[in-house]
Design a protein around this ligand. Structure first.
Ligand code: AMP
Length: 415
């Protein structure tokens, strides 16, 4: 029997319900802040990621689902969504005015990753991007939105890990100091790090190899080389977060693996299930829009992995908030004819009702109701039709009562 492709999985049942609940919460939360959804295609031209995520990144080097299509175009199934969003904003000339553009996206991303628990080759991200504002207030607004969103989902042990990675003006001095540090102990670093030190020294800090992490002890910190503007920006952001009650710690070693970050870089750590671990990251990327051929427009954004977030929620809270429909079971020919009309009027009134259409006996229909987690059963037979009522059975208690048909929709909606 055919199976799903390695690293890709079907979403259904309890896990999907969490996905849906998280997506609904995200939409509500972000729209409240004035963010609007954007949906970009899954396929983008290779160039979009080479120029944004960066030629030297692991994503572009090793993890892309790329191929040449029938028309000879080299395309990629997007490994992340920021580059596509920026490409779209530039293409549709949406960044020509000084108006801020606040956007969010929800969608699947693709990376040819080595298999490990919780990592998939098709995974989902929710992200928010704000374009056009360079102020630390803009960083804080986005971070508060993110914090409130995660709190609304029930995550409590949250902390932001914060750093500033400076600007192209401040980076050469850091890079020189860092390269000198590296040169003194280069034998201790892995092959990838030898490549990284040439292409983008910041990436060495991101290396996951334990011996590299050990060799990094005492390395020069980017925070010691910040330009004045970056320093001021960072100080103001910290002040804002303190005022707003968003907990954070400073992590001078935090850098993001992508080339286009400037100033703020952050991760969110959750201690809600087990040891504290990062559940998302993001930051300021004032250079990306211009780099992708657009105007000189600053931006701030982040992306959270939905697969991971759903797992945290499920572990923490069990079932996602969900109300199953009532099940309407008609008994006998006359009721079978009337049940569809009744269901239709209930649907029109906004009630959730599933219609039993198999024509089976009550016992069999009740077994199905039990198995599928239905909590309210509506029985419609000749007696009920004559009396203008429906028999309601509450599955949890076994209690039964008669409800007048006229009040049924109202009753169901208040369950
Ligand atoms: P990144 O775009 O690499 O900064 O990743 C942002 C978030 O996406 C991470 O914190 C993860 O939660 C999630 N993520 C990235 N890659 C994967 C993957 N292969 N499978 C599942 N989630 C992922």
């Amino acid at each position: 029997m055919a199976q799903s492709v390695k690293g890709m999985r079907d979403l259904f049942g309890a896990e999907l319900r969490w996905f849906q609940h998280i997506e609904d919460t995200a939409r509500k939360c972000f729209e409240r802040h004035g963010y609007r959804e954007i949906r970009t295609p899954i396929l983008e031209e290779l160039e979009v990621f080479k120029r944004s995520v960066g030629d030297s990144s692991d994503i572009v080097k090793k993890e892309m689902y790329d191929f040449v299509d029938k028309g000879g175009r080299h395309v990629v199934m997007r490994p992340e969504n920021t580059a596509g969003v920026v490409r779209a904003m530039v293409e549709h000339k949406l960044l020509q005015t000084s108006d801020p553009q606040l956007l969010y996206y929800i969608g699947p991303q693709f990376r040819y990753e080595r298999m490990q628990a919780g990592r998939y080759r098709q995974f989902w991200q929710i992200g928010a991007e704000s374009f056009g504002v360079a102020s630390p207030e803009s960083d804080a607004e986005s971070l508060v939105m993110l914090y409130d969103f995660l709190r609304e989902l029930g995550l409590e042990k949250l902390s932001f890990s914060l750093n500033s990675v400076g600007t192209p003006e401040s980076r050469p001095a850091f890079q020189a100091a860092f390269r000198a540090f590296f040169a003194e102990r280069e034998a201790q670093f892995c092959g990838d790090c030898h490549r990284r030190i040439e292409e983008n020294p910041l990436r060495v800090l991101d290396c996951k190899v334990p011996t590299c992490q050990k060799a990094l002890a005492g390395h020069p910190l980017i925070s010691e080389f910040l330009d004045e503007a970056s320093e001021k920006h960072h100080a103001r952001l910290k002040e804002l977060l303190r005022d707003l009650g968003v907990p954070f710690t400073e992590d001078p070693r935090l850098v993001r693996g992508l080339d286009y970050y400037t100033k703020t870089a952050f991760e969110v750590l959750s201690g809600d299930i087990g040891a504290q671990s990062a559940i998302l990251g993001g930051g300021r990327y004032d250079l990306l829009v211009k780099h992708l051929g657009g105007p000189d427009v600053p931006a701030f954004g982040w992306a959270i992995g939905l697969d991971r977030l759903a797992m945290v929620c499920q572990t923490l809270r069990g079932e996602a908030p969900h109300r199953p429909p009532a099940l309407l079971i008609p008994l006998g020919d006359r009721a079978t004819g009337e049940a569809m009309k009744l269901a239709r009027s209930l649907w029109a009134a906004g009630a959730s009702v599933q219609l039993e259409t198999r024509g089976v006996a009550l016992k069999k229909a009740m077994t199905t109701a039990n198995r599928t987690g239905i909590q309210t059963v509506l029985i419609l037979g000749d007696g009920e039709l004559d009396g203008g009522t429906v028999t309601v059975k509450h599955m949890a208690t076994g209690e039964q009562e008669a409800w007048p048909l006229a009040d049924l929709a109202t009753h169901l909606k208040t369950l």
